[in-house]
Design a protein around this ligand. Structure first.
Ligand SMILES: *[C@@H]1O[C@H](CO)[C@@H](O)[C@H](O)[C@H]1NC(C)=O
Ligand SMILES: *[C@@H]1O[C@H](CO)[C@@H](O)[C@H](O)[C@H]1NC(C)=O
Ligand SMILES: *[C@@H]1O[C@H](CO)[C@@H](O)[C@H](O)[C@H]1NC(C)=O
Ligand SMILES: *[C@@H]1O[C@H](CO)[C@@H](O)[C@H](O)[C@H]1NC(C)=O
Ligand SMILES: *[C@@H]1O[C@H](CO)[C@@H](O)[C@H](O)[C@H]1NC(C)=O
Length: 576
């Protein structure tokens, strides 16, 4: 044994002179704890040094390479070594593992970074002084003011104009989070398909304990709630769950909090899994965490559950307006409910992963607050216009934003995905004055008393409509409806210049299929900041109204002479 090491070291000696100067890397060397007891060394440090002594050239001292000598969490040391030295170290007794010291990237994404916001002395955050002075109201199912998300440490004083009350925090009892055991060991796999009991969906009361006890259970998606399936498996003694997408859900990947180790698989994978289970007598599986992968899939994309237009209340306003991050967002969670939302779940957490409008809306509200802080005098309509006309219609790969397996249409993506860096510098605005909303309510056929409940003003819609023939609300998107037999429609819009003086814009149009679009004037020359100019758009249908309702879409963009500002409005045409 000794001779072998010696021979190895002498060859190494020659190589290391040439190598070590440039190619040293930091490694963490884990040793067998028993090694020290059976050695003749009097201190751990000496013992650790002896490994280096064995592999480095005699011209160097082990201390010049040793970085740390560990004694608490692990037996071993950290040292700077060349690749060849690592190889010889591997052959020494008591060496269990040698790990290169790597720089680790953070394995979470942040929606503010995803939206292009960054810290620094420029950009939307800086420009809006991080929203200083804006107060955001939240209307949702409920709020847990004690949540760390609403912690007001490091926050400036409550603004003087604030008329609400701030409650003092209360202490809440957080209990056991450690119920979860990972399903990393191999488990027997079962998929119970028992007549029409709903057992394939893991329906309450459908899983016989004898079949699922200690096993990993495959449950099809659908019929009952996803987290509930996990609870049913757990109650029947199951050890883990695979939630299998069906043809309806395809590859939809929704993150849920479960009460037992679980994972979700896409439809294609679920077909393969079931055919594997058919092919063997004792199918088995284990769940392994594969790590977080960032930037591989196309994003942003419209979620399957996202609400779609057209608006049933008023199809003349194109809906939705805009899209924002709302899938698998880490969000504040109350302390009176477990993270799965199930009454049986006694775990307590401050945050959990959630999806929906309640997650997307706060992103847009926050961005509206930033625009408001940057331009405190802008109206709500102006802020909305800034967010809409600057939204992105392409994803991070510069390809169209997708909705499932097809490019997203205006009724799923609206003006596009919010882009705060552009929204704080929109160039032009579609503003709306309060009296224009009243005219709009009149065009919708609201009665005097209905309008009174909203505006606290007595108005005569008859007079208003007489004065405003052909009125269209100055909205940042355009929706045109050809009712039976109609072939032409005219829409008017008014733009306000919030860029520099002497700004000249020209129009780019992508006409919806089957429609001729004419804009007049095609060029808008703003002499001053704050100046407003109007334009008209004529839509002429080239086809006859069909028996069923059909749609087409396009866009209209006002582009300034440097192509810096691109003020974009989506268009939709409906033959009703
Ligand atoms: C914490 O809450 C749990 C569940 O509500 C309860 O059983 C437990 O007694 C509480 N513990 C303390 C220390 O209050
Ligand atoms: C599994 O086998 C059963 C019975 O042979 C068959 O009905 C079923 O379609 C098979 N499933 C799959 C996914 O191959
Ligand atoms: C939740 O947040 C509160 C307030 O910051 C803190 O006291 C509590 O320990 C947190 N609970 C958990 C489970 O982290
Ligand atoms: C509005 O009109 C009603 C009846 O015409 C009248 O009773 C009421 O006082 C008016 N309100 C205001 C605020 O002018
Ligand atoms: C534009 O109008 C706003 C609000 O009316 C005003 O505060 C601002 O000073 C005006 N800007 C210029 C350049 O006239």
């Amino acid at each position: 044994m000794e001779t072998k090491i010696w021979v190895f070291c002498s060859t190494l000696f020659l190589c290391s002179i040439a190598l070590h100067a440039h190619n040293l890397q930091t490694y963490i060397i884990q040793l067998h704890p028993q090694g020290f007891t059976s050695s003749s060394f009097t201190s751990k440090l000496q013992w650790h040094r002896s490994f280096l002594q064995n592999i480095i050239s005699s011209e160097e001292t082990p201390s010049s390479r040793l970085l740390y000598s560990y004694r608490s969490a692990m037996e071993g040391f950290a040292a700077q070594l060349s690749e060849l030295e690592v190889e010889s170290l591997r052959n020494l007794p008591d060496v269990i593992a040698i790990r290169p010291d790597r720089r680790l990237e953070i394995h979470t994404t942040h929606s503010y970074k995803f939206l292009g916001l960054h810290l620094g002395r420029e950009g939307a955050w800086f420009k809006s002084r991080y929203g200083h002075g804006s107060i955001i109201g939240v209307l949702d199912t409920g709020i847990w003011p004690e949540s760390p998300s609403f912690d007001d440490r490091w926050m400036p004083q409550v603004p003087k104009k604030w008329k609400g009350i701030c409650q003092e925090g209360q202490d809440f009892n957080s209990s056991n989070w450690n119920q979860l055991r990972s399903a990393q060991r191999e488990l027997e796999l079962v998929y119970v398909k028992d007549g029409d009991t709903g057992s394939e969906y893991c329906f309450p009361g459908s899983l016989p304990e004898a079949k699922v006890h200690g096993r990993m259970v495959v449950c099809d998606r659908g019929v009952n709630a996803r987290a509930e399936k996990g609870q049913i498996v757990k109650e029947a003694g199951g050890a883990a769950m695979i939630l299998a997408n069906t043809e309806i859900n395809q590859e939809d990947n929704s993150v849920d909090v479960h009460v037992l180790p679980a994972t979700v698989i896409g439809y294609a994978e679920s077909v393969r899994l079931k055919s594997y289970m058919n092919s063997t007598r004792r199918p088995s599986a284990r769940i392994e965490f594969g790590g977080t992968v960032i930037g591989k899939s196309r994003a942003p994309a419209v979620a399957q559950f996202s609400s779609r237009g057209p608006s049933l209340t008023d199809p003349s306003i194109l809906k939705p307006d805009i899209v924002a991050p709302g899938v698998n967002i880490i969000a504040a969670w109350p302390q009176n409910l477990g993270p799965s939302g199930l009454p049986e779940d006694t775990r307590r957490v401050n945050f959990t992963v959630m999806s929906g409008t309640s997650m997307a809306c706060p992103h847009v509200s926050g961005l509206a607050a930033l625009v408001h802080a940057a331009y405190p005098k802008w109206s709500p309509a102006a802020i909305k216009s800034a967010l809409m006309t600057t939204a992105d219609v392409t994803d991070h790969f510069k390809k169209p934003i997708m909705d499932g397996n097809k490019p997203a249409g205006v009724f799923s993506v609206g003006a596009g995905h919010v882009n705060p860096e552009r929204a704080v510098n929109p160039g032009l605005l579609y503003d709306i004055r309060p009296d224009e909303y009243i005219t709009y309510l009149c065009t919708l056929g609201y009665t005097r008393s209905e309008i009174f409940t909203i505006t606290h003003k007595n108005v005569s819609c008859r007079e208003i409509l007489q004065k405003n023939r052909g009125f269209s609300l100055n909205y940042p998107s355009i929706s045109v409806i050809f009712k039976h037999g109609q072939t032409g429609r005219m829409i008017e819009r008014r733009l306000t210049n919030v860029g520099g003086p002497n700004s000249v814009y020209s129009v780019e149009i992508m006409a919806p299929e089957g429609v001729k679009v004419r804009v007049k004037p095609r060029r808008l020359a703003f002499k001053y900041t704050n100046q407003s100019l109007s334009y008209k758009v004529w839509f002429v249908s080239k086809k006859m109204t069909e028996t069923k309702t059909t749609y087409a879409e396009g866009h209209l963009i006002w582009v300034n002479s440097h192509n810096f500002y691109r003020v974009r409005s989506p268009l939709s045409v409906t033959w009703a």
